[in-house]
Design a protein around this ligand. Structure first.
Ligand code: PMP
Ligand code: GLN
Length: 390
């Protein structure tokens, strides 16, 4: 009997994601998990009841490929309310299996073998592998602490005739930075000058602090023509495990997007789509998100104020970066291992978000946790860095 050939990997250098690694380490050592980005509190019971309601009413068969019309209409109304722009729910919105699927499909829709794709680093882990699966070449541009601002001149300098797509993430995971309007203008100018498509990952759109606003690519008509914008209900409604999201793009881009989406999942969970359509009617749910998380950010910062961990500016998302260089010389991957295994708090190192492993001695802490969890973790961290007595 002949043996099968050894599979030649499409992604030979890709291992398990740092989020999975750190969650497993937290479980193995009983550490408080401030690593992987998910809430440790439940999503609203009213929303859970709605899912049950729609299941019992028999909404249990395939949804339309693009998404349940009532949900797409509710999404369009939300975009109108938050960004002041009209989006056509039939031609421009597709409901996806989380933002992850939207990112996969959007990249696959535009990248041909040999195309170059600009990724700003530190970058969320799912972008680069999908570019490579499509035969594209990743061109990283590094953002540097403490402000992690984009130098658009540096981005322009790496553009070539083969550059096809730029991927941006605003508000930004892991740095917590948000785009100013000037950033969007610069992005629009760059995309037009070099004829680029834009993929804008905006899953933290509602988590922006200190009275600032989220500026979506959808808010600028010319930029919107060239953009896919990816969103996630998991971040907005505290149910990351439901894996529900959507992509907004112009009609011609959406047409190409759906050609691929239909063969990735065809359509996503029907009763949850109906439940979300009803839940979206209440603006207070997303309007209360920023103050809800800002309180947690402030609690964490105050509780760690007397430690050598120095917070970097955090304008959005539910992540806070800390510079630990005053406390340790360890590389970040070793530092987080020590913190999780010896001191009982799991965090995320930032160097895995860079293709060259750039290590600025910075860790990411997720504060989408109950206040008690944040207090418990802060007490452990204060103890870990308390000056030696005697
Ligand atoms: N983009 C970013 C920046 C994220 O942090 C996440 C985290 N989950 C995603 C995309 C994926 O979203 P989803 O869980 O809806 O697939
Ligand atoms: N977005 C989450 C984070 O940044 C992780 C999601 C995942 O584990 N893939 O922590």
């Amino acid at each position: 009997m002949s043996q099968p050939n050894t599979l030649r990997s499409r992604l030979p250098d890709v291992g398990t994601s740092i989020f999975t690694v750190m969650s497993a380490m937290a479980r193995a050592h009983g550490a408080v998990n401030l690593a992987q980005g998910f809430p440790d509190f439940d999503c609203d019971e009213g929303l859970q009841d709605l899912v049950h309601h729609y299941m019992r009413k028999g909404y249990n068969q395939y949804a339309p490929m693009a998404g349940v019309p009532a949900l797409r209409e509710a999404i369009a109304r939300k975009i109108e309310a938050t960004q002041g722009v009209a989006v056509d729910p039939d031609a421009e919105i597709t409901v996806t299996a989380g933002a992850t699927e939207a990112l996969f499909v959007a990249i696959s829709a535009v990248v041909h073998p040999g195309d170059e794709v600009i990724i700003l680093e530190p970058a969320y882990d799912s972008y680069a592998p999908v570019v490579r699966l499509n035969g594209g070449r990743v061109v990283p541009v590094g953002l540097r602490p403490p402000a992690y601002r984009v130098d658009w001149g540096e981005v322009a300098a790496v553009c070539t005739p083969r550059t096809r797509l730029i991927i941006v993430n605003n508000p930004h995971n892991p740095t917590g930075q948000i785009f100013a309007e000037a950033d969007l203008m610069a992005l629009e100018e760059l995309a037009e000058r070099h004829d680029l498509w834009v993929l804008s990952d905006e899953v933290y759109e509602h988590i922006v602090f200190d009275g600032q606003r989220h500026h979506s690519v959808l808010s600028r008509p010319r930029l919107r023509q060239r953009s896919f914008a990816a969103f996630s209900f998991g971040k907005t409604y505290h149910n990351t495990g439901w894996k529900m999201g959507y992509c907004v793009a112009s009609p011609s881009l959406t047409e190409e997007f759906r050609k691929i989406h239909q063969f990735v999942v065809f359509s996503v969970h029907t009763p949850v789509q109906h439940a979300l359509a009803t839940w979206l009617e209440k603006a207070e749910h997303w309007e209360s998100l920023a103050p809800f998380f800002q309180k947690k950010r402030d609690l964490l910062q105050q509780a760690l104020a007397d430690t050598p961990l120095r917070p970097l500016p955090c304008a959005g998302t539910y992540f806070q970066l800390y510079d630990y260089s005053a406390a340790s010389d360890l590389p970040d991957v070793e530092f987080v291992r020590w913190l999780a295994t010896e001191k009982g708090v799991a965090t995320i190192p930032v160097s895995p978000f860079y293709s060259d492993g750039y290590d600025a001695r910075v860790v990411r802490i997720c504060f989408a946790k109950k206040e008690d969890t944040l207090r418990e973790a802060a007490a452990l961290l204060r103890r870990a860095f308390a000056p030696e007595k005697g």
